[in-house]
Design a protein around this ligand. Sequence first.
Ligand SMILES: Cc1cc2nc3c(=O)[nH]c(=O)nc-3n(C[C@H](O)[C@H](O)[C@H](O)COP(=O)(O)OP(=O)(O)OC[C@H]3O[C@@H](n4cnc5c(N)ncnc54)[C@H](O)[C@@H]3O)c2cc1C
Length: 554
Amino acid sequence: MSESIDHTLRGSWTPSGAGAAPLSAHAVRWLRQRTGLGEQLTPAVPPSLIEIPEDVLPQAAHAELVALVGAENVLTEPGQRLGRAGGLSYSDLIRRRRGTGVTVPDAVVLPADPGQVQRVLELCVRHDLAVVPFGGGTSVVGGVDALRGDKVAAVTLDLARLDRLISVDPVSHVAVMQAGMRAPDAEALLAAHGFTLGHFPQSFERATIGGFAATRSAGQASSGYGRFESLVEGVRLATPAGEWQLGTAPASAAGPDLRHLAVGSEGALGVITEVALRVRPAPVHSRYEAVILDGWQSGSDAVRALAQSHALADVTRLSDRDETEVQVELSGGMQARVLWALLRARRVHEPCMLVLGWDAATRRELDDRRDATWRVLRRFRPVRLGDKVGESWKANRFSGPRQRDTLLDYGVCVETLETATHWAGLSELRSAVRAALLRTLESEGKPPIVMCHLSHAYETGASLYFTVLAVRDQQDPLGQWQRAKQAATEAITERSPGRAMGRGTITHHHAVGTDHKPWLAGEVGPVGVRVLAAAKQAVDPTGILNPGKLVDGE
Ligand SMILES: Cc1cc2nc3c(=O)[nH]c(=O)nc-3n(C[C@H](O)[C@H](O)[C@H](O)COP(=O)(O)OP(=O)(O)OC[C@H]3O[C@@H](n4cnc5c(N)ncnc54)[C@H](O)[C@@H]3O)c2cc1C
């Protein structure tokens, strides 16, 4: 996290782009050998060559917005609009790197507080403008695409100015934050009160509190701290039907928990302006270690045993053999040679790395928690790599997006997808998705690398996170990934006579957006879709909120 993040950068994660995480000569050689990657580099076109359509915001609407939030907070310059155009998936980055097909909003509006958000929505209803709530813009499912739907123009509502810590209740351990606060700022402000949220997704440097709540995000330490929705005590939303405030107690039997209509609502049911969050005392001690387990089945059995005996570390992340190999090879030739020799000597056939990280208030608590984990793990015959590898994983835990910038320059198709299921079906789900990705990405005899890790474990099941590295189809890079994604999602959702539901969920934490919307009805059923549509009708009768995402109006 050495570089400061400018979230309006839409073509790379940091200003240095590929320079932020250069690949070693060994890594490039290994990648070329393994995937058949060519020598040609594929740099992005300069922003000046990106096609930006004229804005179609009506003058009267523009004037009223200016009167409401101030001229400096209504952005209509092409570069400013481009700075909030779309999310940060592989397809988003490819569109911007090639300069075509980018969905650019007609205006960007930055309200100052919840009251202004409410009034902006009322104004947009009057002028029939689509509103796209925008936090950190890190969506990877099309969630912040500036789609207009059947509206007159698309306004992106950037919540960056709602960045205050409203209150900390040190007795109840509840903090109230405005939605536009970025995760690093939230952690820094909480640390001053001795607390942490413990929410560390890989997008930590850019993403916001409101974005986490709107997408039911899961972080790297969610096995210990819980997914974001389990941290939410209350939510304040602006909706076209009026303000909506939810959550007065830690638990309640006052009908269905409506907080969960707001959490995961992806900007389609309201704009989250404040979130009350459960916070924990900041840890004083922490330790990260890594071990190698022999085989995916043995590894996932070990994580299941940890989950079911309540001995999970806060970070519990199992990589399959391909991901272990890529992690080791990309980290350097010397380390790779030493590790492979060690594992050969220990007769490990299918090395799967398990990273474990514990946080604790006292040395004693840390030791007790580690002991509990190791008591369960021991019977799976782990090869201990020690804390150096574990701490190095921790130090590089946010480097993935920087490495992606580099791989994009080398002409790699690099993308991820995720799902979850019960333990009984986990290996079958992994095999089915892997096979679908390998089949669709294999082209001209150039084998893709399909990696998988399990990073969120529950008593009843776990998530699977796939990453692919393949030689990019330069003629049709978007089609290449869309075909792979389609095949993988069909493998996830496929039903069989013996299985009434699909093999897993269409998304464990990336949310629905535009990308998973075609499969949502299959997951929640036609009644579920009508319930969602009825909720939308109640809060957003004219359908201005985030058209094309999650749910359509009735
Ligand atoms: C490199 C990378 C790594 C990632 N790693 C993870 C990970 O480890 N775990 C994980 O869960 N996700 C991950 N993601 C996905 C993404 O970061 C999450 O979905 C995150 O929660 C989005 O937060 P954001 O503030 O960027 O929201 P945005 O991308 O701005 O918005 C996401 C969705 O929420 C809506 N929204 C945003 N703010 C509000 C609001 N205040 N009110 C109502 N709706 C709102 C938007 O309209 C959109 O539909 C990753 C993404 C990238 C690019």
